[in-house]
Ligand binder design. Structure first.
Ligand code: HEM
Length: 510
C-alpha cells in the first residue's frame, strides 16, 4: 500500500500541481483524473486517504487539505518500508477541479524513451538527476503485464533469464492485468535494489531500463546502485521538490471536506471557513431588494469552481438565508438539490403572488394554495422587517386607509405625493430597515405598517394575536420564520432529471 500511495502522490503532483485533484471521483457531470489512461484500473489506495481524512476531520474540521494528507502519507509509506524520511512542507489547498487531459499528457508511460522522461520531468521543473532519483520509487510496488509486455518480448536491453521469468506470468497475449514486482529482488523494501536491477538489465518497464541503456543517466544509476545513502538523500530531496509543484495556497482552492468530492455546492456556499468568494456576496446588498446582479455574481464564482452542478434555485435559497442572517436574523439548514426550470410563467406570477392591496383573506388563500398555513404566512411576512417599497405600492394605504397612525401617514406622504414620484422608496420597517428582527410586528401593533397588506395582519382579524406575540418575542418569530422558510423552500422543487442546472441564471441552457 505504501507503493500505491507514493504513486498517487506522483500522479497528483504532475497534473496541475500537488492539489489533490487525482482524488476527485468522476460524476455524471464531472470527468476527473481517475480514469485518465495512466490511472485507470491502476491507481490504488484511495480508501486509505479517505480513512485518514475522516479521522483528521473528526479531530480538526476543515483544516488539513487532501493534498497535504497525500504528501504526508506518501512520505510515511516510504519510511515504513525502510526508506528515508523528510520534512513535508505543508499548507497545500485542494483543487476544486481536475484535468483528465493533463493527466494523459503529463504523466510518463511505461514505453517512454529517456528523452521523453527527461522532458516530461523538465516540464515540471525537475532535472534529469531528480528524475532518475525519483524513479527509484520503483524499488517497491507492482506493474501489470500490459505495461511491461513489450519490454520483455521485444526489447534487447534485457537479461534473457529475467525476461523468461517474467513471461511465465505475462503471456504474449492475455493476462493483461497480471502483476509482477517492479523490483525483482526486494519488492517490499525501499532501498537501492532497483538500480542494481537496472545495471543487471533487469528493469521491468521499458522506461526503467532506459535509465541505464548507454545514455546520460548510466553513471548516476551505477552510483545509486552501490550507494544506498546517496540514493536515499537524493530521493528525499527530490520528493520535497516534487511536492512543491504549483501548490494552491492562500485563497486559491479549498480545504475539501471529502477528498473525493470537489463539486459540492453546499461546501462552496455554506461555510465561510472554506469559501469566501461567493459567500461574501451572498447577502442581498444592504441598500437593494433587487439582487439579480448578486445572484449572477455568485453563480459565476460557483460555475468557475464547480461547473454545472449547483442550480440557480439552490443559490437563491442559500443567498436568501445568508442575507437574512447577515442582517441579524436567524439561520437555518437549506435543503439542497433543487434543479432549475427550463421555462417560466408570467400569468402564474401575476396570479400567485400577493399584491400590496391584498386583504387578509386573499393573503391566507394565496399562501394556502402553496401549502402554507395562515400562521406561516404571518411569520413569512416578517420578511418586511428589511427592505424598501415604492410609493406606488403604498400610496393608497397612506392616503385612503383609516387603519394607519396619522403621524406615520404624514411622514410617508412627504416623499410620496398623491400623484407622481411613483418609484420613490420608503423602508418597509420604519424603525430598523436594515436589521432583521421583530420590529415589523411592533410597527403593525402601532398601525405603522407600510403596505395595506402588511396592516391587514393586524386589523382586528385572525392574525392579531400572533402579530402581538411576535412583536414582543423576537426569538419566537425567528424560529417560526426559519421553519416557514424551509417549508417555503420545499415548494415543488425540480429534482432528479426534471429541469436542468442552468449555467447562466438569466437564461435557460442552449
Ligand atoms: C520515470 C517515469 C515513470 C514511469 C514511466 C512510471 C510508470 C509506472 C507504471 C507503468 C507503473 C505500473 C502501473 C500498473 O501496471 O498498474 C508504475 C508503478 C509505480 N510507480 Fe511509476 N513511473 C514513473 C515514475 C515514478 C515516480 C517518480 C514515482 C514516485 C516517486 C513512481 C512510483 C510508482 C510506484 C510506487 C509504483 C507501484 C504502484 C503499486 O504497486 O500500486 N513512479 N509506474
Amino acid at each position: 500500500m505504501g507503493a500505491s500511495i507514493l504513486r498517487l502522490f506522483f500522479h497528483d503532483c504532475f497534473v496541475n500541481g500537488c492539489d489533490g485533484s487525482i482524488l476527485l471521483d468522476d460524476t455524471a457531470t464531472f470527468t476527473g483524473e481517475k480514469n485518465a489512461f495512466p490511472n485507470q484500473n491502476s491507481a490504488r489506495g484511495f480508501e486509505v486517504i479517505d480513512t485518514i481524512k475522516s479521522r483528521v476531520e473528526a479531530a480538526c474540521n476543515a483544516t488539513v487539505s487532501c493534498a497535504d494528507i497525500l504528501a504526508l502519507a506518501a512520505r510515511d509509506g516510504v519510511n515504513l518500508l525502510g526508506g528515508p524520511t523528510w520534512t513535508v512542507q505543508l499548507g497545500r489547498r485542494d483543487a476544486t477541479t481536475a484535468s483528465q487531459s493533463a493527466a494523459n499528457s503529463n504523466l510518463p508511460g511505461p514505453g517512454s524513451s529517456l528523452s521523453t522522461l527527461i522532458s516530461l520531468f523538465a516540464a515540471q521543473g525537475l532535472s534529469a538527476q531528480e528524475m532518475t532519483a525519483l524513479s527509484g520509487a520503483h524499488t517497491i510496488g507492482q506493474a501489470q503485464c500490459k505495461n511491461f509486455r513489450a519490454h520483455i518480448y521485444n526489447d534487447t536491453d534485457i537479461n534473457p533469464s529475467f525476461a523468461a521469468l517474467r513471461k511465465r506470468n505475462c503471456s504474449a497475449s492475455g493476462g493483461d492485468t497480471n502483476l509482477a514486482p517492479l523490483d525483482v529482488q526486494t519488492p517490499n523494501r525501499f532501498e537501492n535494489a532497483y538500480y542494481q536491477s537496472l545495471v543487471a538489465q533487469k528493469g521491468l518497464l521499458h522506461s526503467d531500463q532506459e535509465l541505464f541503456n548507454g545514455g546520460s543517466q548510466d553513471a548516476l544509476v551505477r552510483r545509486y546502485s552501490t550507494n544506498t545513502a546517496l540514493f536515499s538523500s537524493d530521493f528525499a530531496q527530490a520528493m520535497v521538490k516534487m511536492g512543491s509543484i504549483s501548490p494552491l495556497t492562500g485563497t486559491s482552492g479549498e480545504i475539501r471536506l471529502n477528498c473525493r468530492k470537489g463539486c459540492d455546492g453546499s461546501i462552496l456556499l455554506d461555510d465561510t471557513a472554506t469559501f469566501t468568494g461567493g459567500e461574501q456576496n451572498a447577502g442581498p446588498n444592504k441598500n437593494s431588494v433587487r439582487g439579480f446582479g448578486v445572484t449572477d455574481t455568485i453563480k459565476t464564482s460557483v460555475e468557475a469552481a464547480c461547473k454545472a452542478t449547483v442550480s440557480c434555485a439552490d443559490i437563491l435559497a442559500l443567498a436568501a438565508r445568508d442575507g437574512v442572517n447577515l442582517l441579524g436574523g436567524p439561520t437555518w439548514t437549506v435543503q439542497l438539490s433543487r434543479r432549475d426550470a427550463t421555462t417560466a410563467n408570467q400569468s402564474a406570477a401575476n396570479n400567485n403572488l400577493p399584491g400590496p392591496g391584498s386583504s387578509l383573506s386573499t393573503l391566507i388563500s394565496l399562501f394556502a394554495a402553496q401549502g402554507l398555513s395562515a400562521q406561516e404566512m404571518t411569520a413569512l411576512s416578517g420578511g418586511h422587517t428589511i427592505g424598501q417599497a415604492q410609493c406606488k405600492n403604498f400610496r393608497a394605504h397612506i392616503y385612503n386607509d383609516t387603519d394607519i397612525n396619522p403621524s406615520f401617514a404624514a411622514l410617508r406622504k412627504r416623499n410620496c405625493p398623491a400623484s407622481g414620484g411613483d418609484t420613490n422608496l420608503a423602508p418597509l420597517d420604519v424603525q430598523t430597515p436594515n436589521r432583521f428582527e421583530n420590529a415589523y410586528y411592533q410597527n403593525l401593533v402601532a398601525q405603522k405598517g407600510l403596505l395595506h397588506s402588511d396592516q391587514e395582519l393586524f386589523n382586528g382579524g385572525s392574525q392579531d394575536v400572533l402579530v402581538r406575540r411576535y412583536s414582543t418575542n423576537a426569538a419566537l418569530f425567528s424560529s417560526y420564520f426559519a421553519q416557514a422558510m424551509v417549508k417555503m423552500g420545499s415548494i415543488s422543487p425540480l429534482t432528479g432529471t426534471s429541469g436542468e442546472i442552468r449555467l447562466n441564471c438569466g437564461k435557460v441552457n442552449g
